[in-house]
Ligand binder design. Structure first.
Ligand SMILES: Cc1ncc(C[n+]2csc(CCOP(=O)(O)OP(=O)(O)O)c2C)c(N)n1
Ligand SMILES: CC(=O)[C@@H](O)[C@H](O)COP(=O)(O)O
Ligand SMILES: [Mg+2]
Length: 641
């Protein structure tokens, strides 16, 4: 029997409107219950824990004061929204978070009217909130717009583009800066130091005290306290902060866990504000749950865990993760080449660069959540004679695409892109899928694009990228663990644009790009019993294509199938283009391309996501039989579109 927390007040709340009947001290108690419920739910599902725990009081206070969903709360990144989901009619499904068919781990418009804007990537909230505010003023949806953005997310250029625009337009808009002095890793950059100075410097300490005092004076009901509320706003909005200079009324810093500060402050700004207001709330990531609060990452993301001990259930691993293989290979290359440097955009753990930095601290740069800058910074480093490895998740590199084109590709600069989380990533779902990089890089003149079929291949690709100096080069690899192949001690430099034959067969050839190769092998193993022996090849390169290999496979087989963990427009499309241009289709070659479906694949276990995308062994088997004219196998459709 699972031990669930006692939540008498929370049990009375179905929707945020129920909060209106609660007194301030009941709201305080509700926050405590909401925190326990969040811990309990995440202990069963795993997920992003620390960020949600840090905004429990803010969540209750915002829903108590504002009129959601008419007023719109826009959570930046969305990873802190679990308490919000519990309060907004989704408590009954909260223990399905991030599982197949269950709630998304982020805000999602199709999930609830209380999620006015979807997220997953950071630093979009102020722009979106401004859009809502302007739409309202132009006669669109009524209501206030409130962006809640973290200090980490405030390192991205987009947040400043939005502040700049909002400050200039001067329309009523609320930004809550949730400053917990943490990103995923400890925050970096001058802006982070600046925010810290705002609440550790002398005058602001006094302001903090004043804020507390002012809260004490605020009478109930509010209209009777209008004069004092105005004074409070005036007194707290001390000029000279960057935000003030940009046109915002800056209020803070306030203790983001103190309901006695938050509630009157939000009531006051709600009733008085006419222009853009930024409230600087100081919080603690992981607040109120010791194992999260004391963890190095403040419980940013966790597996399932025991609530009492905080001990996480760890799945047994059979092979090293691709990320760790990349980090080891990069460190190995860097030990022999002091021009190699590593760049991460706020993901030192996720990309393995933390491991690299342990050996080469001066050659590793965490630039914060700033993918655009990371790419152009790498371009500058390359132009200056260094060998930059820009380690970015496929999904986050999307944000730096113009920089990839304009600053790297057009100038032919040898930036090495280590593209982690390629393909479907599991619980984070469509916002984090690495679906498009093959397509968006392979169309760029002069780019070399590789995909590792296993961890040994990844080691070779790191070596190849280190040795290649003629232009940009990218290699992609998935989230999770490798296949357990024997690992070379050092990577070998691969010949650019050359694939490899894995096994010779006849009739049909499968040309795989990336880690679907293991599923291809499983499919071929199963077909062997029926006397069908396809040729299997690993393309290694989507650009430049191995023309000789492709044309030979086409000439020697009646059918050719490509497979990749990417959207249409990538490897298979380039192969089709080559075959068409060479007139191969005129001679009757049957060609099929297995790619991700033309839809965003919902979160689930990665295997299930590939199943729904028709890219697992059974689908490959069915596709081969189909192309050979033998028909479906066990009712399994080759195409799950
Ligand atoms: C564009 C982009 N880059 C990187 C990430 C990965 N990421 C998710 S949350 C996070 C840290 C956010 O820190 P902060 O905004 O301070 O929120 P906190 O978790 O501290 O509440 C990062 C780097 C992302 N979601 N989007
Ligand atoms: C919210 C966010 O963007 C990150 O925390 C992301 O979920 C990390 O993904 P990985 O677990 O694949 O590193
Ligand atoms: Mg933070």
């Amino acid at each position: 029997m699972i031990n669930r927390p006692q939540t008498p007040l929370l049990d009375r709340v179905s929707l945020p409107s129920d909060l209106k009947a609660l007194t301030d001290s009941e709201l305080r108690q509700l926050a405590d219950e909401l925190r326990s419920e969040t811990v309990s739910a995440v202990s069963e599902t795993g997920g992003h824990l620390g960020a949600g725990l840090g905004v429990v009081e803010l969540t209750v206070a915002l829903h108590a004061v504002f009129d959601t969903p008419r007023d719109k709360i826009i959570w930046d990144v969305g990873h802190q929204c679990y308490p919000h989901k519990i309060l907004t009619g989704r408590r009954d499904r909260i223990r399905s978070l991030r599982t197949g068919g269950g709630l998304s781990g982020f805000t999602k418009r199709t999930e609830s009217p209380y999620d006015p804007f979807g997220a997953g990537h950071s630093s979009t909230s102020i722009s979106a909130a401004l859009g809502f505010a302007i739409a309202r003023d132009l006669g669109g949806d009524p209501g206030d717009a409130i962006a809640v953005i973290g200090d980490g997310a405030m390192s991205a250029g987009m947040a400043y583009e939005a502040l700049n625009n909002a400050g200039d337009l001067g329309k009523r808009l609320f930004v809550i800066l949730n400053d917990n002095e943490m990103s995923i890793a400890p925050p970096v950059g001058a802006m982070s130091s600046y925010l810290t100075r705002l609440y550790t410097g002398g005058p602001f300490q006094e302001l903090k005290a004043a804020a507390k005092g002012a809260v004490g004076f605020l009478p109930e009901p509010l209209q009777e306290g209008a004069r004092r509320a105005k004074e409070m706003l005036k007194g707290m909005a001390v000029g000279g902060t960057l935000f003030e200079e940009l046109g915002f009324s800056y209020i803070g810093p306030v203790d983001g866990h103190d309901m006695e500060q938050l509630l009157p402050l939000l009531r006051t700004v709600k009733s008085r504000a006419t222009g853009p207001v930024l409230i600087h709330a100081v919080t603690r990531k992981g607040k109120g749950y010791a194992p999260a609060e004391t963890a190095a990452d403040r419980g940013h993301a966790t597996g399932k865990f025991d609530v009492v001990t905080g001990v996480q259930a760890k799945a047994k691993s059979n092979a090293p993760s691709y990320t760790s293989v990349f980090a080891r290979a990069l460190t190995d290359q860097a030990s022999r080449d002091d021009r190699i440097v590593g760049i991460t955009a706020a993901m030192p753990d996720g990309t393995g660069l933390k491991q690299f930095a342990q050996t080469f601290p001066r050659r590793c740069f965490d630039v914060g959540i700033a993918e655009q800058h990371a790419v152009t910074f790498a371009a500058g480093l390359a132009a200056g004679g260094m060998k930059p490895f820009c380690a970015i998740y496929s999904t986050f590199l999307q944000r730096g695409y113009d920089q990839v084109v304009h600053d790297v590709a057009v100038q032919g600069l040898p930036v090495r892109f280590a593209i982690d989380r390629a393909g479907l990533v599991g619980q984070d779902g469509p916002t984090h899928a690495g679906a498009f990089d093959i397509a968006y890089l392979s169309n760029l003149p002069g780019f070399v694009v590789m995909a590792a079929a296993d961890e040994a291949e990844l080691t070779h690709m790191v070596a190849t990228a280190a040795a290649y100096d003629r232009g940009p080069i990218a290699f992609r690899f998935p989230r999770g663990e490798g296949t357990g192949v024997d690992m070379p001690e050092h990577g070998e430099v691969l010949e650019i644009g050359k694939g490899r034959i894995i096994s010779e067969g006849q009739g049909v050839a499968i040309l795989s790009f990336g880690t679907r190769l293991s599923e291809v092998s499983k499919a071929c193993e199963s077909l062997r019993a029926r006397g069908i022996v396809p040729t299997v090849a690993d393309a290694r390169f989507a650009k430049p294509l191995d023309r000789d290999l492709i044309l030979r496979l086409a000439a020697d087989h009646g059918a050719l199938i490509t497979i990749e963990e990417g959207a249409v427009g990538g490897f298979g499309s380039h192969v089709a283009q080559l075959l068409a241009e060479e007139g191969i289709f005129d001679h009757g070659l049957k060609f099929r391309s297995m790619v991700l479906p033309d839809r965003f694949v919902d979160h689930d276990a990665p295997y299930a996501m590939y199943d729904s995308s028709a890219l697992n062994a059974a689908h490959i088997e069915a596709k081969i039989l189909d192309v050979l004219g033998i028909g479906d196998l066990k009712g399994r459709r080759a195409d799950n579109r």
